[in-house]
Ligand binder design. Sequence first.
Ligand code: SOE
Length: 389
Amino acid sequence: MSEIGVGLVGYKFMGRAHSNAYRQVARYFEVEPVPVMRAICGRDRDATSAAAAQLGWENVETDYHNLVKREDISLVDVSTPGYTHRDVVMAALEAGKHVLCEKPLANSLQEAEEMLRAARQAGTINMVNFNYRRVPAVRFAKQLIDEGRLGEIRHWRAVYLQDWLVDESVPLAWRLKKELAGSGALGDIGAHILDLSQFLVAPVTSVTGTLNTFVKQRPVEARNSGGSGLSWESGDEMGEVTVDDATTFLARFENGATGTFEATRMAAGRRNFNSFEINGSLGSIAFNLERLNELEVYFREDEAGLQGFRTINVTEGVHPYTGAWWPAGHIIGWEHTHVHVVKDLLDGIRTGVNPSPSFEDGFRNQAVLDAVSRSAESGQWEQPVAVPI
Ligand code: SOE
């Protein structure tokens, strides 16, 4: 059984989720090559060493330049804040490594183009971790659409609602600074529902949108006590929030469908409410991440009197990915979506066929995010920049 050495850059929330995926994937799926967790990388040696011990990594690196040069690493996973994606990815591609990069691909369209061109040059496998494509219910929705069960797709309607910023005492973390995050809700969670729309419906051809920042000043973060929780200590100094708290935008799709999008981190009571509905000429489907094992379906072909939305429990052996886990009805969780990403990534490395979302999909996503930002400025409909040839 062949193996592949993995190097992970980043050890907080996404680093923990990805570590779990590399640890679990070969225990539940037939994969080749099998991932070997060679090294985890972070600037703080003590914190990274603790993460290595807890998450199951053989070694620690404190400089990603060293990690990407290691002969025993062929796959580099970039799970760090957005402002570091470009530099780490470019170094990994230059070293001839396969790359999995957290979403969104970059903090700007220019960076995304550089990364896409470098990935094409490297000829290795590249993916962006839009993990919600790999919820079994979402993959099943894609199957139904591709089989024509919904007919002509006319409407995409999605919200991604979180509320971790409603508390005005939450300090100025990196996600609230444009130079570190690129954008706020738009690129953080808006990118997810945008990716799902371009996966399930069609490419977006134009958008018109708004960006809003409700809390414009926040305490400067004294230190984040680490981990994935929002446990912060702050001083009295206040700083400027330079990204959006919320975005709403309309979209036109290449196939004539219309789209509405809302992403906010200010929706009190909504912890991670990523929800979409698709309406077609023959029926509809609706999904809610907080009930991720379920898919609501409605088919017009159902006999009169029995028509109505019904809930499918997407845990049958016939459903995507679920057969590898448990018997029908034994549900899975958010963390399994990352295992599915890694499984498909490893399949791509074995076959040489690049899985999606690739860096090209990541660029396409970034181009729409960029168009929404331009529209928020111009007040006009804006078109995304085309994928570079
Ligand atoms: C924070 O908003 C976050 O962790 C996003 O960055 C992830 O992409 C999303 O899956 C959960 O929320």
